[in-house]
Design a binder for this molecule. Structure first.
Ligand SMILES: Nc1ncnc2c1ncn2[C@@H]1O[C@H](COP(=O)(O)OP(=O)(O)OP(=O)(O)O)[C@@H](O)[C@H]1O
Ligand SMILES: [Mg+2]
Length: 512
């Protein structure tokens, strides 16, 4: 007898191991539970059995997996407390009925299927996560004298614990998936907002011309070449085209042709098949495939090497390519936007850029003007970055002082908007009040050569200019009230009045 127990125990341990791997196997919860039922059946030839789970939305129990149940049994729903299963879930305690024929309430159960003459044993254990019952395992076994029922219940209990664990993991995964989906929707919205026209700052006439071109071309599938000096906002324009096109909900994929070495760019663009080269252990999709249905942005196209230029030309002509090491052509539906800050004409003349590729890319060209040719945008952009970085660095910077504005306007901005953005971020960081002063701007803007303005001030004049600036700021803040301006400056009204006269400040200007 003891030997028989030992061998059943070993068999059950094996079953538990299999149950465990079924639940951890990565298939859906329902499929995993069905597999568990099959394993239980195989071990103990159950008459019928089911795993019932509580649906938190309806509050009802429904059969999630079963063996040997007729179809009406599979689709049955029970309330908690209803029937044996319902009561097990309610109480959290197992029910064991070794001989159903001896229990009046189980009579019809025993008569099910064609087992009229045989007696069955009925066992039902709850599935609990924490202290909460979330379902039950019900098993009908053929009655056998000498079966060790408490041991069998213990075994089912372990199975139930494993199932509970799987359910918990499943909920976590679902919650995580839900969170990721929500985050994705949110990020898409944010991206869209970021790259809408609304976030491109500038009302100068060259920029209005650019907006016109973007809206003209966005709706079509036309290849666009965006040109302009470094830092002028070419990438922003490429985004705006994508997010204002019918492809807005599909991917926008960027490849920086200058950042990747020649040996990598082709596999990045076109992907490769397993075994295409040493180290290619599995197939990898290229950016062209990742951009399927959307837009591929080739930044700094002028840096593309000649052999990749040939392949790109072919994709543009035939809308298909092969992965590295592959023979099957891959069809793609991708809109191409390219950008360059170099004069491609020169590269063509020098023989480093293919004329036929240029011709294909240059179907529609947008030229983003340098910042020095749209001076009226400088202040708008400066204010825009002031606000953005004020929020980002948690600083309450409200405005830019007049001398600082003069410097911004006089400077020739070789690094264009990017340089202005960096200067403003730095100013926000170093500024210790609510106003950006001239000395908060980077030194490169303040030297005579760089700003293009000759510094003709003496120290005394510079100090006076700074003092005047401080007083004007204080008067602006107090709407021309000298008493309060003086207290802001931790000075006296007498001194402030004297300086107002000295610098010929018009207080009336601030009294609005
Ligand atoms: N009109 C604009 N409004 C607001 N921000 C802008 C504008 N133009 C450029 N920027 C900002 O300036 C920075 C540089 O822009 P972007 O990267 O688009 O320039 P680029 O022309 O692609 O430069 P590069 O040639 O160096 O790659 C970015 O942070 C961008 O958000
Ligand atoms: Mg760029």
């Amino acid at each position: 007898m003891a030997r028989a127990h030992a061998s059943t125990d070993i068999a059950r341990l094996e079953t538990l191991a299999e149950v465990n791997s079924a639940l951890a196997g990565g298939s859906s919860l329902r499929a995993a539970l069905q597999r568990v039922m099959q394993l239980l059946d195989r071990r103990d030839s159950v008459v019928c059995g089911s795993i019932t789970l509580l649906n938190p939305d309806t509050g009802l129990l429904h059969v999630e997996a079963s063996e040997g149940l007729a179809s009406e049994g599979r689709s049955a729903r029970y309330a908690i407390g209803e029937g044996v299963t319902g009561r097990v879930v309610e109480s959290g305690k197992p029910v064991i009925v070794p001989r159903a024929s001896k229990e009046p309430m189980f009579l019809n159960r025993a008569r099910r299927k064609n087992l009229d003459r045989r007696d069955i044993s009925f066992i039902c254990v709850p599935i609990q996560t924490g202290k909460k019952s979330v379902g039950a395992i019900s098993i009908d076994l053929p009655f056998e004298k000498g079966r060790d029922y408490p041991r069998y219940v213990k075994f089912l209990d372990v199975v139930a614990t494993m199932i509970a664990q799987a359910i918990r993991v499943n909920h976590l995964v679902d919650a995580e998936r839900q969170r990721l989906t929500e985050e994705n929707v949110h990020l898409r919205g944010e991206l869209q907002e970021r790259y809408d026209f609304a976030n491109i700052v500038g009302t100068s006439s060259p920029m209005r011309q650019v907006y016109g071109q973007v809206s003209q071309v966005a709706g079509a599938n036309t290849t666009v070449l965006v040109r302009g000096e470094s830092g002028t906002g070419k990438e922003l324009i490429a985004h705006a085209i994508h997010y204002n096109s019918p492809r807005a909900k599909k991917p926008f994929i960027k490849v920086s042709c200058a950042a990747l070495p020649d040996s990598l760019i082709e596999s990045e663009l076109f992907g490769y098949e397993r075994g295409a080269f040493t180290g290619a252990q599995s197939r990898k999709k290229g950016r062209f495939e990742l951009a399927q249905g959307g837009t591929l942005f080739l930044d700094e196209i002028g840096d593309l090497n000649p052999s990749t230029q040939v392949k790109l030309l072919r994709v543009l002509q035939e809308r298909e390519f092969e992965r590295l090491g592959g023979t099957e052509p891959v069809k793609v539906d991708v809109r191409l936007i390219a950008a360059t800050n170099a004069a491609l004409e020169k590269a063509i003349a020098a023989g480093t850029f293919r004329e036929d590729l240029h011709y294909r890319l240059n179907v529609f060209a947008i030229f983003v003007p340098p910042l020095r040719e749209r001076k009226t945008d400088v202040l708008l952009l400066a204010d825009h970055f002031l606000e953005r970085y004020g929020v980002e660095h948690g600083k309450q910077v409200r405005r830019i002082s007049t001398p600082a504005i003069d410097i911004l306007m006089a400077y020739h901005w070789p690094g264009n908007v990017r340089e202005l953005e960096n200067a403003m971020e730095r100013a926000v960081l170093v500024c210790d009040g609510s106003v950006i002063h001239a000395h908060d701007l980077p030194p490169s803007l303040q030297t005579a050569e760089a700003s293009g303005t000759v510094m003709s001030q003496s120290l005394g004049e510079a100090v006076d200019a700074y003092e005047k600036d401080l007083i004007e700021d204080a008067l602006k803040a107090t709407r021309g009230n000298r008493v309060r301006a003086a207290s802001l400056l931790r000075s006296t009204e007498r001194i402030v009045s004297y300086k107002v006269k000295k610098y010929a400040i018009d207080c009336g200007r601030y009294r609005t």
